[in-house]
Each structure stands twice: as C-alpha cells, then as structure tokens.
Design a binder for this molecule. Structure first.
Ligand SMILES: C[S@@+](CC[C@H](N)C(=O)[O-])C[C@H]1O[C@@H](n2cnc3c(N)ncnc32)[C@H](O)[C@@H]1O
Length: 395
C-alpha cells in the first residue's frame, strides 16, 4: 500500500505533497486535480520563473521594509516556502488557501522548512484576504495569483494590494477561452470580443495582459509587462503596477488595441479604431475584429537581460535550461508586432508550407525585421507588408 503523501524537493524546498501514484489517470498520467491538495510538478517552470523574477525585482528596486509577498492560492505552500528561502530580501510571506486540507499542509511544509517566523498562513477566499490585509495596511511588493482556470476574478484585488511599482504575477490555465477557441467563455470572462483565429496563443496572452491593463486603469494604475509567456498548458504574466492616473490613461491610449485579422489572406494589424464592417485592405476578404487586447511589447528588454544574468545565480533550478531557452527566444522575439501563422499564408497562396527559417531569411534579406515566436513553431513576427510577406512564402 503506497503512502498518501510523499516528500519531494523543488528548488531549495522540501515539500510534502499528495502521492502522485495514487491519482493516476487510465493512461497512467498523474492528475493533480484529483489529489486532496493541488500540486502539479508540470508547473515547476512557472514557479522557478517566479523565483527569478522576484529576485530580479528585489535586486533592482528598493522597497520600504518589511518586504512582503502574497501567495493567496498556496495549495501545498510550495511557492510561499520557496519565496521565503530562495529569494534574498523577502522579509515576510502571506500564504493562503480556501481549502482546509491545504491550510493544514501549508503549515506542515512551513515547519518542515523552518520558516514559521517568516510565513503567515490564512484560510479564506483570496479576494477577501487580500482586501482585508490591504485595509489593515499590509501591502505587497509581489502578489502571485495562481488559481484554477481563470485569474480574472482576482486581478482587481491583486492590483489593489500591491505597493507602487510592485509586481502582479498571474497564471491562466483557461487557454481555450483566452485563445478564442471557446470564444463565448473568453469574451465573457475577459470583457472582450473574441473569435476563433489562427494565432490562438498570441491572442490569449494579449487578451490577458489587456484585461490586467484595463482593470488597472480603473484604479489609476499603469502596467508594464516585465515577462509574459505561454508554456504548454498555461499563460504566465509578470506585470509591474505603477500608480498614476495620467500614466494609466497613457497605457490605455498607447497600448490597448484591436486586432484585425483576415482569415482569407492572413493579413493582420493592430488598430485603435474599431471598424466592424471593414473588408481586408489587401484581398477584400472579410475582416475579423478581436479585442480590446494588449498591443505593446510582451516583455521589458532591460528586465529580461537582468533575468538572463540572474539565471547564473540559480544554477540549481530544475528547469534552468528550459528557462534559459525561453528567455533567449523572448529576447529575440519582436513582441511589439502581431504574430502571423505561415500555414494561413501558404494556404492562401495554395503552396507548400515553407520552412520558417527560409521565410525569416527572405524577409531579413529584403530589409524587414523578422523573428520566430516562443508561442508556436509556425508563428512569425515581421514588420513586412502583406505583399512582401507572401513573396517570402513562395520563395
Ligand atoms: C492551482 S492551485 C495552486 C497551486 C499552487 N500555487 C502551486 O504552485 O502549487 C489553486 C489553489 O487555490 C485554492 N483556491 C481555489 N479557490 C480559491 C479562492 N477563492 N481563494 C483562495 N484559494 C482558493 C485551491 O484550493 C487550490 O489549492
């Protein structure tokens, strides 16, 4: 008879988690949602990234003491423990979970890692706890919104409980609604107009960031995305939140856009003007309008450089090599431009799908900027016009 709980190591933490062997699907894959307390080893990259982002934040910016971090969806407490023991400069962590079994397990894991004096544990609804702490004068430099599915209902409380220039981290696992494949759910949750499209992961990331920017603006907060990515089954964003009505208005007018996509020829552009009835300026086909969404950069260049350097100090991270690869891809990605799907472009031309490298070389050779994306192997970004793009598909 196997044990109900086992002890695993993640980062520098030892964590008691439900025994994965007890929650196997018929295909023998572990299903974390079936366990009494949620722990998903497939999210280690998400947690490792969070540890380096928080370390980079605290190494580049000074905050008044005590430096507090909130982990309001703590599960086993793995993030809370890791922030306390792996990130220099963190004074206090506030962990919380609604579930009584999680509440017990968080406390056990805190004792096992001997950080009882630096982590406070709560059991309640994340919104209620964050608003309560804020009303008592406790605000945070980093708030980690890591719920099941959509983070949308918790974004307001997360933003509100941050100190000026603190970071809101959010995970979204509702990838089908966000990408537009379950567009009714996505439109409803994120207060946007969504439709199925050929660059789902790009649309999902931008809808999530756009939602955070618009919610921030309602409270005179401006956002700066520091690091945003898609990884297999979730989106993760780290966004700096700054106070200021003027800055918040600037973000809305300069970074919030609509995406126009022509399904026929693959033309697309960001626009600030809503023109529902428009036809494609290139081929005359029907145009799809998606948004409002984030039309700016998905990363901050100087912060990304700091993260890359920071990785050297975190050689013990289990996902270090994967993270290094992700950061490298993001560094070279022209994230200020919308993504194209070369399959759509080839389909329009009724030609074979060319290798991405050939297309990129062709575009660069013609004097345009062009890059891969971290989102999908068949996506590219370029500032080339539609005619030049199509020319490089047939090369
Ligand atoms: C995805 S799991 C968190 C995983 C954890 N952060 C980790 O990295 O291992 C979501 C957790 O949020 C808890 N939860 C769900 N709704 C909540 C709410 N409204 N307030 C607080 N906790 C909630 C669940 O009990 C669950 O433990």
């Amino acid at each position: 008879m196997s044990e109900d709980y086992v002890i695993i190591e993640e980062g520098k933490a030892r964590i008691r988690v439900p025994n994965p062997l007890k929650y196997l699907r018929p295909d023998m894959v572990y299903e974390p949602a079936w366990a009494p307390v949620f722990y998903n080893p497939a999210q280690t990259l998400n947690r490792d990234a969070s540890v380096i982002v928080l370390s980079a934040l605290l190494s580049t910016q000074s905050f008044e003491k005590p430096v507090r971090v909130a982990d309001p969806f703590s599960g086993t407490g793995v993030r809370a423990v890791r922030y306390a023991i792996e990130v220099p400069g963190v004074d206090e962590v506030y962990a919380n979970d609604l579930d009584p079994k999680a509440f017990e397990l968080i406390q056990e894991n805190i004792r096992m890692n001997k950080v009882q004096d630096r982590i406070k544990v709560f059991r309640g609804d994340a919104n209620a706890i964050l608003y309560m702490l804020k009303s008592l004068g406790y605000s945070f430099v980093f708030v980690d919104i890591d719920p099941y599915g959509t983070p949308a209902p918790y974004i307001d409380a997360g933003i509100w409980s941050l100190r000026n220039n603190g970071v809101l981290a959010a995970t979204a696992t509702d990838t089908a609604p966000l990408s537009g494949s379950k567009y009714l759910a996505g439109s409803r949750r994120y207060d946007v107009k969504l439709l199925p499209n050929d660059i789902g992961t790009e649309v999902g990331l931008r809808v999530l960031l756009g939602f955070i920017a618009r919610r921030g603006a309602t409270r005179d907060r401006a956002i700066t995305p520091l690091l945003s990515f898609y990884s297999g089954h979730y989106y993760r964003v780290f966004v700096k939140i700054s106070r200021g009505a003027t800055k918040a208005s600037e973000v809305l007018s300069n970074q919030i856009r609509y995406l126009l996509i022509c399904d026929k020829c693959g033309f697309r552009t960001f626009t600030s003007r809503v023109r529902e009835e428009e036809t494609c300026s290139f081929c005359g086909g029907p145009i799809k309008l998606i948004g409002p969404l984030w039309g700016g950069k998905l990363i901050n260049d100087s912060f990304l450089k700091i993260l890359k350097d920071m990785l050297n100090e975190f050689s013990y991270l289990q996902t270090r090599n994967k993270l290094a690869k992700l950061l490298e891809l993001l560094e070279n990605e022209l994230t200020e431009l919308p993504a194209y799907n070369i399959i759509t472009l080839a389909k329009f031309l009724k030609t074979n799908i060319p290798p991405v490298k050939t297309v990129l070389d062709c575009l660069r050779g013609a004097g345009y900027k062009a890059s891969r994306t971290h989102l999908a192997p068949q996506y590219i970004r370029s500032d080339a016009d539609q005619e030049a793009l199509l020319k490089c598909i047939t090369r």
